[in-house]
Design a protein around this ligand. Structure first.
Ligand code: CUA
Length: 320
């Protein structure tokens, strides 16, 4: 959700299991409501029995305590729990099968504390590496390969699907499918260190044609600086050694230590959900990372002179 004073994102949905916008999430939501209704009935029944027990007059018919203990304490829970296990098991098998034909395949790698997102460019077959934002076409199944090079993280976008851990040395899978356009917030769901809380991921579901145009744009190398200010920013990017960790395709390096910045200006957020990417945010982020996200693997560049910082920020913002 937006912080106070921030413009709301269009079509942003609640980060809630009870606001489903995809097929797997629909199943989870209906199971959750079914569970809630059943538990409410049992609670009411137990309370009614309790009221009956305390209001009984002494000297009435004997209650046969063993029958209540075995029936209510053993048989009834066994039947209810077995029924719930069956219901949840039979309703969820499809999530673990191989990707359906026509599925879009996306690789996601969780890092301390950001998300690397890889698509295959349908035009060239090359990988396109992006960060912190997963875009997908509405109505098409998307098969995610989830991994981690460092510690255990967990992928969780409640509006779309359940949680899947991202474990070093393994590739886990998750099938998601968005039913309607929207922005769905996700969050690392396994404690992974200082900035676990600021490890958010935004999923943007768009109509297929819009998605294809977006992917084609993301596949292109970075825009060339078109003004002296932007050129100064590009030079600052190299001089400040930003390229030691970040790639800007067509400009600098192939370092994968930090997020790929080729199209950073087009993202909704900076720092894995830390700051909305709006005017002024880039300069704030670059100069003050350690105040905004203490422990992030990037130093604050607060010793840069104001002119250089503004040029660098303008250059990064223009990488649309
Ligand atoms: Cu990554 Cu918690």
């Amino acid at each position: 959700m937006s912080a106070p004073g921030e413009p709301a994102l269009p079509l942003q949905q609640l980060q809630s299991v009870l606001s489903p916008a995809g097929s797997a999430a629909d199943t989870i939501a209906s199971l959750s409501w079914g569970l809630f209704a059943l538990m409410a009935l049992i609670f009411i029944g137990v309370m009614a029995l309790l009221a009956w027990a305390v209001s009984r007059r002494a000297g009435g018919q004997p209650v046969r305590p063993l029958r209540w203990i075995v029936g209510g304490g053993v048989v009834f829970p066994l039947v209810v729990l077995a029924g719930l296990f069956g219901a949840s098991h039979w309703r969820t098998p499809g999530w673990l099968v191989p990707p359906p034909p026509g599925a879009l395949i996306v690789g996601i790698t969780a890092h301390l504390w950001w998300w690397e997102v890889r698509y295959r460019d349908p035009a060239t077959g090359q990988d396109i590496t992006l960060a912190n934002e997963l875009r997908l076409p509405v109505g098409r199944p998307v098969w995610l390969g989830l991994s981690s090079p460092d510690v255990i993280h967990s992928f969780w976008v409640p509006a779309l699907a359940g949680k899947v851990d991202m474990v070093p040395g393994r590739v886990n899978h998750l099938l998601v499918q968005a039913r309607q356009p929207g922005v769905y917030r996700g969050q690392c769901a396994e404690y992974c260190g200082d900035q676990h809380a600021r490890m958010a991921l935004h999923v943007v579901a768009t109509p297929p044609a819009e998605f294809n145009a977006w992917l084609a744009a993301q596949a292109r190398p970075a825009a060339s600086p078109a003004s002296p200010l932007l050129e100064r920013g590009r030079q600052a990017f190299m001089a400040q050694r930003c390229n030691a960790c970040h790639t800007v395709r067509g400009v600098a390096g192939e370092s994968r230590l930090g997020p790929d910045l080729t199209h950073v200006g087009s993202r909704l957020y900076l720092g894995a959900g830390t700051l909305r990417n709006q005017p002024g945010a880039m300069a704030h982020w670059v100069s003050d990372v350690q105040a905004l996200k203490p422990g992030a693997r990037m130093p604050s560049s607060n010793d840069m002179d104001a002119g250089t910082l503004q040029a660098l920020a303008a250059y990064l913002e223009h990488l649309q």
